[in-house]
Design a binder for this molecule. Sequence first.
Ligand code: 6PG
Length: 254
Amino acid sequence: MGHDVRRHRDLEAVSTAAAEELAQYVPQVVAEKGRFAIALSGGSTPKRLFEILAKMGKSALPWDRIDVFWGDERTVPPDHADSNYRMTKEALIDPLRLDPNRIHRIRGEEKDPENAVKAYVEELKPLTPEGGVFPVFDYVMLGMGSDGHCASLFPNSPALDEVTRWFVANPVDSPLTKGKTIRLTMTAAVLNWGTRIRFLVCGADKAPALREVLGGPPNPRVYPSQLIQPKAGTLAWLVDDAAWGEAARGASAS
Ligand code: 6PG
């Protein structure tokens, strides 16, 4: 079955498209449910989207009803240069003066990562629907590394096999993580329950992995983004021309 690939010229166009979808979708959900839960991705790609959302102003979205989570975090303090929270704070939270009670930060500073895991599971519990097993996000934002990882689900890492736990401390070893480290990450078991799951993938360095993830044989241990298969919602890929490139020509793109 073809993938929902939405191709855009560049990072700016991808980010603008994502912001426009959120501007249309969030008010609908808030009107229905009175609240909205979003899981943000980290890394560098979403920064432009956050800046665009900030520029749109606080009235563009019902921010006082939006609960902000992260799909993953590095095991660093919140003011560290590598902190996903810090990037979001600078690009979005501070400019819009978002309510700290709606910001659900992963405690990357915990000396024992398991303490961060326990704390985040508590933060996630209210998102679990009556009779449900997993927390449900209205929107799951994901990036993809040049190795095909998403969140902190890195190739051949233990978290790839997790089918019941929601959130784990995942030992990883990758050039993309500057070698061995622990990453705090939601599992595919949770991410797949997102109502709208959106990958934002930009840059030529992503093209080879994108080709494999979208057009290659199932190989999720090597290309963990293949684990993202929505249980009840929709998955779309917002990609720029550079990431789509020639390499991914095999997959269909709308
Ligand atoms: C992280 C992210 C990670 C990211 C990809 C892409 O903590 O780094 O959650 O999954 O989305 O590595 O990163 P870039 O956007 O920097 O290419």
